[in-house]
Design a protein around this ligand. Structure first.
Ligand SMILES: Cc1cc2nc3c(=O)[nH]c(=O)nc-3n(C[C@H](O)[C@H](O)[C@H](O)COP(=O)(O)OP(=O)(O)OC[C@H]3O[C@@H](n4cnc5c(N)ncnc54)[C@H](O)[C@@H]3O)c2cc1C
Length: 269
């Protein structure tokens, strides 16, 4: 439960409200993780929040987190400068099981900041590109200004990824698609019978995307979602993240849609 001190060695402002921090332990080994896992990231004296790792798992280098500034702790994290020390516990939780997609089409559906937790999985797949058939990334944000990882997106296309991007609202200068990310699912090039899909974003977006994938013919047990719940301990003790019989910090955050489909529609579970 004791956070390890990590020094901020780099910082990038991705959009007006989203930033990326690069962290290295002040001593000891770097943090190993699998794509989809999260850490409890703390701004000392303010608090601790769960944040997914957004960097590559298979490449040595600083621990990378991409964070949207929405409240007290994320705001304190946004104000940290290079050289400052933050606390890190973890990694925790289940990961995106990309290896189950070997020999299949792999489809990533991201909404807004949801691309950050998916990015390590995309990078993992691309590091073994020959083991997968088609790789499709469907990405939706509120506006063109909210698009994350523009460099990565261009790079992925260069590596044979079919990338479809859409925004909820586009200014007249936006020549791309306008509409919800779910509208991309019927038009993307993948074979639903041989597809493993990974979905991350706001809960309503994940539910609608999973339903659209099922409608296209992907089976619920071939769809993964990453659930977000209020968390404190991260290790299955405090119960803050309880979702009926599940503790999202240890049973999740990545879960099969087949397991949670019946729970997602209910309020207050
Ligand atoms: C497993 C897991 C992984 C996560 N990964 C990431 C990640 O990679 N990047 C990231 O930016 N966030 C991620 N989050 C969400 C992050 O933990 C919350 O944004 C954070 O806890 C908010 O804390 P705060 O003290 O800054 O805001 P609070 O003061 O707790 O909340 C401020 C206000 O913002 C609202 N709010 C809280 N969270 C969100 C949210 N996610 N979106 C919109 N409004 C919100 C609250 O309802 C409240 O009204 C993840 C959460 C979980 C459970």
């Amino acid at each position: 439960m004791v956070p390890r001190p990590f020094r901020l060695v780099g910082r990038r402002q991705d959009t007006t409200d989203t930033f990326t921090v690069l962290l290295e332990p002040t001593e000891g080994d770097p943090l190993g993780f699998v794509p989809g896992q999260f850490t409890m990231l703390s701004a000392f004296g303010v608090g601790e929040v769960p944040v997914s790792v957004s960097g590559a798992a298979h490449v040595a280098g600083p621990l990378q987190h991409t964070v949207r500034d929405v409240g007290a702790v994320t705001h304190a994290l946004s104000r940290a400068s290079v050289g400052d020390v933050l606390g890190v516990r973890g990694p925790y939780g289940t990961g995106w099981d990309v290896a189950h997609g070997h020999g299949k089409d792999v489809v990533f559906v991201a909404g807004g900041i949801g691309l950050a937790p998916l990015r390590p999985a995309v990078l993992e797949v691309l590091s073994h590109r020959d083991r997968y058939r088609r790789v499709v990334v469907l990405y939706g944000t509120r506006s063109p200004d909210d698009l994350l990882f523009a460099d990565s997106l261009a790079d992925w296309q260069g590596q044979g990824v079919e990338l479809l991007v859409t925004v909820d609202y586009g200014p007249p200068s936006w020549a791309g698609r306008v509409g919800l990310v779910t509208t991309l699912i019927p038009r993307a090039g993948f074979d639903p019978k041989y597809t493993l899909a990974f979905v991350c974003g706001p809960e309503v977006m994940m539910r609608r995307s999973a339903m659209a994938l099922v409608e296209r013919g992907v089976t619920p047990d071939s769809i993964r979602v990453s659930l977000e719940r209020n968390m404190r301990c991260g290790v299955g003790l405090c119960g803050h993240c309880q979702f009926r019989e599940l503790f999202i910090c240890v049973d999740g955050p990545v879960l099969s849609y087949a397991r949670v489909a019946g729970l997602l529609g209910y309020r207050e579970v």
